[in-house]
Design a protein around this ligand. Structure first.
Ligand SMILES: NC(=O)CC[C@H](N)C(=O)O
Length: 202
Protein backbone atom coordinates (compact mmCIF):
# COMPACT_ATOMS: atom_id res chain seq x y z
CA UNK A 1 0.00 0.00 0.00
CA UNK A 2 1.45 3.41 -0.99
CA UNK A 3 1.46 6.52 1.19
CA UNK A 4 -2.02 7.95 1.66
CA UNK A 5 -2.85 10.87 -0.58
CA UNK A 6 -4.66 13.80 0.95
CA UNK A 7 -7.02 15.63 -1.38
CA UNK A 8 -7.40 19.37 -0.90
CA UNK A 9 -10.58 20.81 -2.39
CA UNK A 10 -9.29 23.38 -4.86
CA UNK A 11 -12.38 25.21 -6.10
CA UNK A 12 -11.78 28.35 -4.03
CA UNK A 13 -9.96 29.37 -0.84
CA UNK A 14 -6.51 28.98 0.72
CA UNK A 15 -5.58 25.72 -1.01
CA UNK A 16 -1.83 26.19 -1.39
CA UNK A 17 -1.31 26.84 2.32
CA UNK A 18 -2.93 23.51 3.18
CA UNK A 19 -0.96 21.65 0.53
CA UNK A 20 2.29 23.06 1.93
CA UNK A 21 1.41 22.30 5.56
CA UNK A 22 0.35 18.73 4.70
CA UNK A 23 3.57 18.17 2.77
CA UNK A 24 5.64 19.57 5.68
CA UNK A 25 3.80 17.05 7.87
CA UNK A 26 4.94 14.28 5.51
CA UNK A 27 1.81 13.64 3.40
CA UNK A 28 1.31 13.36 -0.33
CA UNK A 29 -1.34 15.71 -1.64
CA UNK A 30 -3.67 16.09 -4.59
CA UNK A 31 -5.83 19.07 -5.60
CA UNK A 32 -9.45 18.01 -5.96
CA UNK A 33 -11.67 19.69 -8.56
CA UNK A 34 -13.56 16.76 -10.09
CA UNK A 35 -15.15 13.47 -8.99
CA UNK A 36 -12.18 11.68 -10.65
CA UNK A 37 -9.73 13.60 -8.46
CA UNK A 38 -11.80 12.72 -5.41
CA UNK A 39 -11.72 9.04 -6.34
CA UNK A 40 -7.90 9.13 -6.18
CA UNK A 41 -7.82 10.77 -2.72
CA UNK A 42 -7.72 8.87 0.58
CA UNK A 43 -8.92 11.85 2.61
CA UNK A 44 -10.28 15.33 1.93
CA UNK A 45 -9.42 18.74 3.36
CA UNK A 46 -11.71 21.68 2.64
CA UNK A 47 -9.84 24.96 3.16
CA UNK A 48 -10.98 28.42 4.25
CA UNK A 49 -12.84 30.58 1.77
CA UNK A 50 -16.43 31.58 1.20
CA UNK A 51 -18.98 28.92 2.09
CA UNK A 52 -21.89 30.18 -0.04
CA UNK A 53 -19.65 30.19 -3.14
CA UNK A 54 -18.16 26.76 -2.49
CA UNK A 55 -21.51 25.07 -1.83
CA UNK A 56 -22.64 26.26 -5.26
CA UNK A 57 -19.39 25.18 -6.92
CA UNK A 58 -19.57 21.71 -5.33
CA UNK A 59 -22.94 21.22 -7.01
CA UNK A 60 -21.72 22.56 -10.34
CA UNK A 61 -18.63 20.31 -10.34
CA UNK A 62 -20.68 17.24 -9.41
CA UNK A 63 -18.86 16.81 -6.10
CA UNK A 64 -21.70 17.10 -3.56
CA UNK A 65 -22.98 13.52 -3.76
CA UNK A 66 -19.58 11.77 -4.07
CA UNK A 67 -18.14 13.69 -1.10
CA UNK A 68 -21.16 12.79 1.06
CA UNK A 69 -20.90 9.18 -0.02
CA UNK A 70 -17.16 8.83 0.66
CA UNK A 71 -17.23 10.63 4.01
CA UNK A 72 -20.28 8.70 5.23
CA UNK A 73 -18.42 5.51 4.27
CA UNK A 74 -15.54 6.57 6.54
CA UNK A 75 -13.16 8.70 4.46
CA UNK A 76 -11.33 11.14 6.78
CA UNK A 77 -12.48 14.73 6.23
CA UNK A 78 -11.25 17.99 7.71
CA UNK A 79 -12.86 21.39 7.17
CA UNK A 80 -11.18 24.63 8.23
CA UNK A 81 -13.43 27.65 8.74
CA UNK A 82 -15.41 27.71 5.47
CA UNK A 83 -14.78 23.94 5.27
CA UNK A 84 -16.37 23.47 8.70
CA UNK A 85 -19.40 25.54 7.66
CA UNK A 86 -19.79 23.44 4.50
CA UNK A 87 -19.55 20.21 6.56
CA UNK A 88 -21.98 21.26 9.31
CA UNK A 89 -25.47 19.88 9.77
CA UNK A 90 -26.85 23.40 9.51
CA UNK A 91 -26.07 27.11 9.77
CA UNK A 92 -27.74 29.11 12.57
CA UNK A 93 -30.29 31.64 11.35
CA UNK A 94 -29.68 30.94 7.65
CA UNK A 95 -31.26 28.57 5.14
CA UNK A 96 -27.79 27.85 3.74
CA UNK A 97 -27.37 24.34 2.30
CA UNK A 98 -24.56 22.19 3.71
CA UNK A 99 -23.06 18.73 3.17
CA UNK A 100 -24.28 17.58 6.62
CA UNK A 101 -21.20 15.52 7.52
CA UNK A 102 -20.91 16.42 11.21
CA UNK A 103 -23.73 16.95 13.68
CA UNK A 104 -23.10 20.58 14.60
CA UNK A 105 -24.83 23.89 14.04
CA UNK A 106 -22.41 26.68 13.18
CA UNK A 107 -22.91 30.43 13.34
CA UNK A 108 -21.09 32.26 10.55
CA UNK A 109 -18.87 35.27 11.22
CA UNK A 110 -19.62 34.77 14.90
CA UNK A 111 -16.44 36.32 16.31
CA UNK A 112 -16.92 39.53 14.33
CA UNK A 113 -16.10 40.61 10.80
CA UNK A 114 -12.77 41.08 9.01
CA UNK A 115 -11.49 43.73 11.43
CA UNK A 116 -12.11 41.36 14.32
CA UNK A 117 -9.91 38.61 12.88
CA UNK A 118 -7.37 37.53 15.45
CA UNK A 119 -4.63 35.14 16.47
CA UNK A 120 -5.49 33.50 19.78
CA UNK A 121 -3.47 31.04 21.86
CA UNK A 122 -5.79 28.08 22.32
CA UNK A 123 -5.52 25.17 24.74
CA UNK A 124 -5.97 21.98 22.70
CA UNK A 125 -5.26 19.05 25.05
CA UNK A 126 -5.43 16.54 22.16
CA UNK A 127 -2.33 18.24 20.68
CA UNK A 128 -0.31 18.27 23.90
CA UNK A 129 0.41 20.92 26.53
CA UNK A 130 1.71 23.72 24.31
CA UNK A 131 -1.05 26.24 23.36
CA UNK A 132 -1.86 26.44 19.65
CA UNK A 133 -1.59 29.76 17.76
CA UNK A 134 -5.06 29.81 16.19
CA UNK A 135 -5.80 32.29 13.40
CA UNK A 136 -9.47 33.28 13.19
CA UNK A 137 -10.68 35.06 10.04
CA UNK A 138 -14.39 35.89 9.96
CA UNK A 139 -14.69 32.61 11.77
CA UNK A 140 -17.77 30.60 12.70
CA UNK A 141 -18.35 29.22 16.16
CA UNK A 142 -20.17 26.07 17.04
CA UNK A 143 -23.53 26.77 18.50
CA UNK A 144 -24.81 23.21 18.98
CA UNK A 145 -23.11 19.82 19.05
CA UNK A 146 -24.83 16.46 18.71
CA UNK A 147 -24.18 13.64 21.21
CA UNK A 148 -21.52 11.97 18.99
CA UNK A 149 -19.44 15.13 18.64
CA UNK A 150 -16.31 15.67 20.69
CA UNK A 151 -15.32 19.30 21.39
CA UNK A 152 -11.51 19.48 21.20
CA UNK A 153 -11.10 23.23 21.77
CA UNK A 154 -13.14 26.26 22.79
CA UNK A 155 -12.78 30.00 22.49
CA UNK A 156 -14.89 32.28 24.71
CA UNK A 157 -17.03 29.32 25.72
CA UNK A 158 -17.81 28.24 22.14
CA UNK A 159 -16.53 25.14 20.39
CA UNK A 160 -13.93 25.92 17.70
CA UNK A 161 -12.47 22.44 17.09
CA UNK A 162 -14.74 19.40 16.87
CA UNK A 163 -14.56 15.81 15.80
CA UNK A 164 -17.12 13.16 15.04
CA UNK A 165 -15.35 9.93 14.10
CA UNK A 166 -13.70 10.48 10.72
CA UNK A 167 -14.78 14.14 10.46
CA UNK A 168 -12.72 16.98 11.94
CA UNK A 169 -13.63 20.66 11.93
CA UNK A 170 -11.74 23.78 13.00
CA UNK A 171 -13.10 27.34 13.02
CA UNK A 172 -9.54 28.59 12.73
CA UNK A 173 -6.79 28.17 10.11
CA UNK A 174 -3.88 25.91 11.16
CA UNK A 175 -2.59 26.15 7.56
CA UNK A 176 -1.73 29.82 8.12
CA UNK A 177 0.72 29.24 10.97
CA UNK A 178 4.01 27.38 11.00
CA UNK A 179 2.57 24.97 13.57
CA UNK A 180 1.59 21.73 11.83
CA UNK A 181 0.18 19.89 14.84
CA UNK A 182 -3.42 19.88 13.60
CA UNK A 183 -2.24 18.62 10.20
CA UNK A 184 -0.36 15.84 12.00
CA UNK A 185 -3.41 15.08 14.13
CA UNK A 186 -5.44 14.68 10.92
CA UNK A 187 -2.81 12.39 9.38
CA UNK A 188 -2.93 10.29 12.56
CA UNK A 189 -6.70 9.92 12.03
CA UNK A 190 -5.85 8.36 8.65
CA UNK A 191 -3.19 6.07 10.02
CA UNK A 192 -5.66 4.71 12.54
CA UNK A 193 -8.13 4.00 9.77
CA UNK A 194 -5.86 1.28 8.43
CA UNK A 195 -7.21 -0.81 11.32
CA UNK A 196 -10.78 -2.09 11.22
CA UNK A 197 -13.10 0.76 12.19
CA UNK A 198 -16.29 0.39 14.18
CA UNK A 199 -19.42 0.83 12.08
CA UNK A 200 -20.92 4.27 12.61
CA UNK A 201 -24.65 4.36 13.23
CA UNK A 202 -26.81 5.90 10.50
N1 LIG B 1 -12.00 32.24 6.72
C1 LIG B 1 -13.08 31.68 6.30
O1 LIG B 1 -13.10 30.56 5.78
C2 LIG B 1 -14.30 32.53 6.41
C3 LIG B 1 -15.59 31.80 6.22
C4 LIG B 1 -16.66 32.76 5.75
N2 LIG B 1 -16.95 33.73 6.77
C5 LIG B 1 -17.92 31.98 5.37
O2 LIG B 1 -18.92 32.14 6.02
O3 LIG B 1 -17.92 31.25 4.43
Amino acid sequence: MGAPRIGVLALQGDVVEHVRALERAGAETLEVRTPDDLARADALVVPGGESTTVIRLLDRFGLTAPIRQRVRAGMPFWGTCMGLIVAAHDVAGLAQPTLDLIDVTVRRNAFGRQVASAEVLLAIPALGGEPFPAVFIRAPWIERTGPQVEVLAQRDGHGVMVRQGNVLGTSFHPELTGDDRVHRYFLAMLARRAEPVEASPG
